[in-house]
Design a protein around this ligand. Structure first.
Ligand SMILES: *Cc1c(COP(=O)(O)O)cnc(C)c1O
Length: 224
């Protein structure tokens, strides 16, 4: 599949609207596949494991923008903060505070996306919309100077029902809009709605995604 990375990327770019950021989700794929995407002009890559991110960041060109998209344990935060410019999967108060602490120590300031849980599956991580709207206050934001609040991230239910998927994305966008018009009303950098994967990104974009996380459609199937 590696030989198709360039054409897969070209096809995707031709269909993605301007202004929607493409995160190439490269988890579980070898560095050679990422290098091919890099050669084709891709600069934003998403990884979901701290050690894999660390290893790939050491091996690949320094102008890559690494995004961490997987569930993050607090004992791995230091590694992730060292490499990632954006963390999509902030799903608890404790994790957010740990990222802030480690970022200050390292002299870094990663962008963070607050992860929402709107899908039907119990197994997914994240704040419910009500939890998130209660959690994010001006006081919280002012107290965490080691991170930059950039927006929200979420996943739709893993179902075939397009209306269900659409409703989930709409809910994620609604929570973003609410935060944007209140706590972040004077924060132009709070501008990111990360939603949409290989199978559902067109619906996500219709519902207001500004950043899609696409793996399989670029790199092929992953081997777990
Ligand atoms: C793996 C993963 C993706 C990419 O999924 P594909 O179906 O391969 O496009 C996107 N977002 C998250 C959070 C992931 O873990």
């Amino acid at each position: 599949m590696a030989g198709h990375v360039t054409e897969n990327l070209q096809r995707l770019r031709a269909t993605l609207p301007d202004g929607v950021v493409l995160v190439a989700v490269s988890k579980f794929h070898p560095s050679e596949a990422l290098a091919e995407a890099y050669e084709a002009g891709q600069r934003v890559f998403g990884e979901s494991r701290a050690l894999e991110l660390e290893a790939k960041a050491a091996e690949l060109p320094g102008d890559i923008e690494w995004h961490f998209i997987g569930h993050l344990q607090t004992n791995k935060v230091k590694k992730v903060v060292a490499a990632a410019s954006m963390i999509h999967s902030v799903d608890s108060d404790r994790l957010l505070r740990t990222i802030d602490t480690e970022a200050r120590k390292a002299g870094r300031c990663p962008g963070v996306l607050l992860q929402l849980h709107v899908a039907r599956e119990e197994t997914k991580f994240g704040f419910t919309p009500a939890e998130l709207l209660e959690f994010v206050t001006p006081q919280l934001v002012a107290s965490l100077e080691g991170v930059e609040f950039r927006g929200v991230m979420g996943m739709a239910s893993n179902v075939d029902d397009e209306e269900r998927i659409r409703a989930d994305f709409r809910e994620i966008r609604r929570v973003f809009d609410r935060l944007k018009s209140t706590v972040f009303a004077s924060s132009p950098r709070f501008d990111t709605v990360s939603m949409g994967m290989s199978h559902d990104w067109p619906v996500a974009v219709q519902e207001g995604s500004t950043m899609v996380r696409v793996g399989t459609s670029i790199f092929g199937e992953r081997e777990y």
